[in-house]
Design a protein around this ligand. Structure first.
Ligand code: ITT
Length: 199
């Protein structure tokens, strides 16, 4: 059985392959890139869950196959949850990870270490071509560094230090990150739902 990953973010694809493979699902995982004719969906939702469902439904409808999608981002307490659903385009250009991270650090330059709490959030959605939908969420709490450290992962990983760790997400190995990450938690929660609906 094919399960399509409704994402074009290479960092997410790598993580999702590992997370879903570890879960032992007997599924062929295919990236959205295998379906280049599917138009980009407008992320018009106001929550991670709404946007994840929009992406999963768009791909399930276009391909006639079950689709899973991730919507995720970094929520900073002192910014009232921003960048949040706007994480991928915080500095203006969608997917410019370095510009997004630099802008956020500039915005937080006056904020001291005791007020730099933040979390990554991920909504994982499954949509079937018949319109059936499920969505689950996961979080990873942490604090934000003043300068980026580490080269693993993607996005804001070099500035988030997860709770209980002395290193940033970008210094963790991929399995270490997946074990504690928002995406790891959300997709592990989605596995029983996939089993229930797809067998
Ligand atoms: P798709 O919509 O194609 O899945 P995207 O990158 O546009 O890809 P989102 O709209 O969900 O996805 O935006 C997620 C952004 O949040 C991503 O670009 C990163 O900047 C940030 N982000 C999410 N998860 C992250 C993680 O595990 N580590 C670092 N940054 C992360």
């Amino acid at each position: 059985k094919r399960l399509i990953l409704a994402t074009r973010n290479a960092g997410k694809i790598t993580e999702l392959h590992a997370i879903l493979a570890d879960a032992g699902l007997d599924l062929e995982l295919v990236g959205a890139d295998a379906y280049p004719d599917v138009p980009d969906v407008k992320e018009t939702g106001v929550t991670f869950a709404e946007n994840a469902l929009l992406k999963a439904h768009a791909l399930a409808q276009a391909t006639g196959l079950p689709a899973v999608a991730d919507d995720s981002g970094l929520c900073v307490d002192v910014l009232n949850g921003a960048p949040g659903i706007f994480s991928a385009r915080w500095a203006g250009t969608h997917g410019d990870d370095r510009a997004n991270l630099d802008l956020l650090l500039a915005q937080l330059s006056d904020i001291d270490d005791t007020h730099r709490a933040a979390h990554f959030a991920c909504a994982a959605a499954l949509a079937l071509p018949d319109g059936t939908e499920r969505v689950v969420e996961g979080r990873m709490e942490g604090t934000l560094r003043h300068t980026p450290v580490g080269t693993n992962g993607f996005g804001y990983d070099p500035i988030l230090q997860p709770e209980g760790h002395e290193v940033t997400c970008a210094e963790l190995t991929p399995p270490q990150k997946n074990a504690i990450s928002h995406r790891g938690k959300a997709f592990r929660a989605l596995v029983p739902v996939v089993r229930e609906l797809l067998g």
